[in-house]
Design a protein around this ligand. Structure first.
Ligand SMILES: [Zn+2]
Length: 287
């Protein structure tokens, strides 16, 4: 590749959104899983807040935040929390935007929108708060949303996914899920969601209660979820270099991680919503 071409590629990658989030499918599946764990009160409260176009389906509203990134430019840094690349996430060190403004990262956003939904005097629009919250709980579980700051969470690492050119971030947002759908789930999203849900009740049944546990009273446990992602991101980067081709070996390593993170995201989103809407009714949710 000539120097000019290389510069163009780097410029294009750098100007792409720093992080897209799970693609539409990842968010949809996370919110569908969450549905299965909502208490009756929380499900009713969520339904009452959803915009009419969601047709009463939380999952339909879970990619809204991505579609607003141009309209709400301020929301762009809230989709991720990149780190210096030491496999760790530290809120005090890492939760800021590129201008250094504190709390402006996905963990701060989850805490912020949770607090807004709990507080009926909050100036925020509760429908938007709900849609942001549901989206960001998905995002914080995507390992490359807590990737390395210097490559914009893998966005500037150009890779070939089998034969198609993309970048490492996109592989984790979209490609692993797409390949799994095609190879194992007959291109049917509902079948993939069922498989993940079945894993929660079978394979991960012992862990599921721990996933949703959170002892913090004033905040969510999103910082812990970001720490997990930062650790998983280190594995995701391992052996990956510019222009590498990723195929079966990488896919079979990544897929179980992606499926588990979608499961954890769903279970935890439900737990957060159950706490928000349970407390309003004076109910203390077991955590
Ligand atoms: Zn996002």
């Amino acid at each position: 590749m000539g120097l000019l071409m290389l510069l163009l590629v780097v410029a294009a990658a750098a100007s792409a959104p720093a992080a897209d989030a799970w693609g539409k499918e990842g968010h949809y599946m996370t919110c569908k899983i969450a549905d299965n764990f909502l208490t009756e009160e929380a499900a009713a409260a969520v339904k009452g807040l959803l915009p009419a176009w969601a047709n009463g389906e939380l999952a339909e509203a879970c990619s809204w935040a991505d579609s607003q990134r141009f309209r709400y430019k301020w929301s762009s840094p809230l989709h991720f929390a990149d780190t210096p690349g030491d496999c760790e996430f530290s809120y005090a060190r890492d939760c800021h935007d590129t201008k250094g403004e504190k709390d402006r990262c996905v963990v701060g956003a989850i805490n912020n929108y949770t607090a807004a939904l709990k507080d009926s005097s909050s100036p925020y629009d509760p429908t938007e708060s709900l849609m942001f919250l549901a989206h960001f709980v998905g995002d914080v579980h995507q390992p490359l949303h807590c990737g390395h700051a210097d490559d914009l969470g893998g966005n500037t690492i150009i890779v070939h996914w089998y034969t198609r050119k993309g970048n490492l971030h996109h592989v984790w947002d979209v490609s692993v899920i797409e390949t799994a759908m095609k190879d194992f789930y007959d291109n049917d999203q509902a079948t993939m969601i069922e498989a993940i849900q079945r894993n929660i009740t079978d394979v991960w049944s012992n862990e599921e209660k721990q996933w949703e546990a959170c002892r913090l009273r004033t905040k969510t446990c999103a910082e812990t979820y970001a720490k997990e992602s930062a650790l998983l991101a280190c594995d995701a980067y391992e052996g990956v270099e510019q222009d590498i081709t990723l195929g079966d070996d990488y896919f079979f390593k990544a897929l179980p991680v992606v499926e588990k993170r979608i499961a954890q995201g769903g279970v935890r989103l439900a737990a957060i919503l159950n706490r928000i809407f349970g407390e309003k009714n004076g109910r203390v949710q077991s955590s």
